[in-house]
Ligand binder design. Sequence first.
Ligand code: COA
Length: 160
Amino acid sequence: MRHCIYPGTFDPITCGHLDVLARAARLFDRVTVAVAENAGKAPLFTAQERVAMIRPNVAQFPHVAVTTFSGLLVEFCMEQKADAIIRGLRALSDFEFEFNMALMNRHLEPQMETLFVMPNEQFSYTSSSLVKQVAKFGGDVAHFVPPNVATALRKAFQAS
Ligand code: COA
């Protein structure tokens, strides 16, 4: 049973993240989407809200679970008996950050491999922050996030 962890802040999950996830779900027997509680960002949505937004979008994959984690990613991966960490590489600009993170994680836990997959190029410029910015000013984000996320963004910005 090959098990990978797909970690991120997912504030909120985007179609680009879901593209990466679908690719991981084809490669692994089990995938755990791990929502970081303390990623050092000031998220718009709570960790539980982010999990609740992801779940209906992974329901078609019986071997994909969604949960939160705090503390070191590699410790969570070891607790979960995972074989690998999956990260998406959208463009060259992601490389340096991802490379450093993968090497730091390998230093902390030498047996934990990080694997990179590339999302479809139509999502190469998508990020959670950009999507939030567009939604905040009333722009259409339907191409970039699933419908339940678009609704949650609308509500969050109507309330603020
Ligand atoms: N589609 C769309 N957006 C994508 C994407 C894709 N396929 N891949 C990355 N992104 C975007 C995200 O939307 C996010 O955008 P934002 O900065 O505008 O919010 C950005 O790229 C990076 O997000 P994400 O992939 O969610 O990663 P992250 O940097 O938020 O998460 C953690 C990093 C949580 C995995 C990392 O901080 C961590 O492991 N923390 C735990 C503590 C720890 O172990 N630290 C040591 C690590 S070396």
